[in-house]
Design a binder for this molecule. Structure first.
Ligand code: SF4
Length: 377
């Protein structure tokens, strides 16, 4: 249906442009066959491509959300070595799961994996569910991940639509509907389904994703050497750099943190982040968040700082770190660390925070920002 409407819309436009005399509208069969041939010759050898085990595919897909293959590769190997199947993951301590995830970011992915593993043990007797709606019900699994797992592991004819696929489809079909709109989502899902090779959904889906990752890249697509060049609407129209279209500009917010690194001899105070916020489940230091960065004088006089140190008789502000800039999706953090030495531990500190040995800090899952401070301190 969407294929027909695309062809009707396209019919209003000229397929010929002055520099490209041979542009031809694509057919679903040609696109998929070409992508699969290209994939066979160009695919990267990756461990999760050599398996049809849904558990391993699931882990790889979750790691690769928001993470480049080069960064995720070692994490994947470590994760599946430590938790080789659903049962070991379900029985693990959340802290162990988060520690293995440390440095990858987007920690809700790890927490959701852990919850979903328990779901599989509880609801499916430890066997990975095989049908699409059941996979979709797992915590942290959206349409894209469910489609990837079901098509790669079970050969279910369902099309994947991830960021790479959006880009390839938008350019191939000259589709200008914003990908972050409801209408865009429907159109792109329909387009993806229309070109799916239903007999070989795994090869097809992997091919189009890899093609987007390696060939039809966001900033430097190699159009001159592209096997789909003759069928590509955007290449014919000169609109490659304009597609895909996004309606909303991502708003980046800035946050300003002052960490108190409170030590008493070899002991140090940390806290587990339990709020619905970044880094939930990880550990950091007592924190003051303010609308702007505080000066040294403001830190010493700050009421929240005084509250944290209430009951401590001897607190010495030893060191004020440089400002660490830390970029997360949609957020820019500016953090400074203040080393505070105390010689007596107040009841308030003991009740509000976790007292541990400095040497034991490595046993806790820590955000990358805290690691950066510890390494450079
Ligand atoms: S010709 Fe360029 S824009 Fe079109 S599919 Fe190939 S790489 Fe992507």
């Amino acid at each position: 249906m969407i294929f027909q409407s695309w062809q009707q819309n396209s019919a209003k436009k000229s397929y010929l442009c002055p520099s490209l005399k041979k542009f031809m509208p694509p057919s679903s069969h040609i696109i998929s066959a070409t992508l699969q041939r290209w994939f066979a010759e160009n695919k990267r050898d990756l461990p999760w491509r050599e398996t049809q085990n849904p558990y391993l595919i699931w882990i790889s897909e979750i790691i690769l959300q928001q993470t480049r293959v080069a960064q995720g590769y070692d994490y994947y190997l470590r994760f599946v070595a430590r938790f080789p199947d659903v049962k070991t993951l379900a029985e693990a301590d959340e802290g162990d799961v988060l520690r293995l995830w440390q440095g990858l970011g987007y920690y809700s992915r790890a927490r959701n994996l852990h919850v979903a593993a328990k779901q599989i043990v509880g609801d499916f007797d430890g066997r990975f569910p095989e049908n699409f709606p059941d996979v979709l019900r797992l915590k942290g699994v959206g349409r894209y991940t469910a489609a990837a797992i079901c098509s790669f592991a079970f050969g279910t004819p369902v099309a994947v639509v991830d960021g790479n696929v959006y880009r390839v489809l938008a350019r191939l079909f000259g589709e200008e509907t914003p990908i972050d709109s409801g209408e865009g989502q429907k159109r792109f899902e329909a387009l993806a389904a229309a070109i799916l090779d239903r007999r070989h959904p795994s090869a097809h889906n992997q091919a189009i994703m890899e093609f987007g990752a390696l060939q039809c890249t966001p900033l430097a697509p190699d159009c001159a050497a592209c096997v789909l060049h003759a069928h590509c609407r955007a290449a014919a129209d000169g609109t490659v750099a304009l597609l895909p279209v996004k309606a909303k500009k991502t708003k980046i917010s800035e946050r300003f943190f002052t960490y108190l690194v409170i030590t008493c001899g070899e002991q140090i105070f940390i806290r587990r982040r339990t709020e619905r916020d970044i880094w939930r489940g990880l550990y950091d230091f007592p924190l003051i968040e303010t609308p702007a960065l505080l000066t040294k004088e403001e830190i010493v006089e700050n009421e929240a700082v005084k509250e944290i140190l209430s009951g401590v008789k001897n607190a010495v502000f030893r060191n004020f770190s440089k400002v660490y800039k830390h970029v997360l999706t949609h957020r820019r953090l500016f953090a400074q660390f203040v080393a505070v030495e105390i010689s007596d531990i107040s009841q308030h500190l003991e009740q509000q925070f976790i007292k541990t040995e400095k040497s034991a800090l490595a046993d806790y899952p820590l955000p990358r920002l805290i690691e950066r401070y510890l390494i450079s301190d």
